[in-house]
Design a protein around this ligand. Structure first.
Ligand code: FES
Length: 116
């Protein structure tokens, strides 16, 4: 788990830097990649969240969708997911999204490379 040591953020290598906090405004979505996964990071209701970046219905990139509050809408067939826990709010998708731990500290946004 990342922690603050003095004014410096100390991370182990299971976390990946995403962007500065100012680059992720309310409703923004940013895609990032680990060695094995595509992840989408968004800010909803002021908090940062991360889920798998590809829709579970077909192969749409969720970073091209929309985030309204905590509802993440796929750009292809408009399934809605709760970005907080990945659950399906509205089809046609039936399978929830995998979630990842996203954190904001010291003016930066980080995401866990491991599944949450
Ligand atoms: S690809 Fe996302 S709803 Fe169909």
């Amino acid at each position: 788990m990342p922690h603050l040591e003095g004014s410096n953020l100390v991370l182990d290598d299971s976390y990946m830097y995403v962007c500065s906090s100012s680059e992720l405004e309310e409703g923004d979505l940013i895609e990032c990649e680990t060695e094995t996964e595509i992840i989408v990071v968004g800010r909803g209701d002021g908090n940062v969240y991360a889920t798998q970046g590809i829709c579970t219905h077909a192969h749409a990139e969720l970073a091209d969708g929309e985030l309204d509050g905590t509802c993440l809408t796929c750009p292809l067939h408009f399934a809605c997911f709760d970005i907080r826990d990945g659950s399906v709010l509205e089809g046609p998708a039936e399978t929830p999204l995998q979630v990842y731990e996203a954190i904001e500290a010291d003016g930066s946004v980080w995401v866990s490379k491991g599944r949450g």
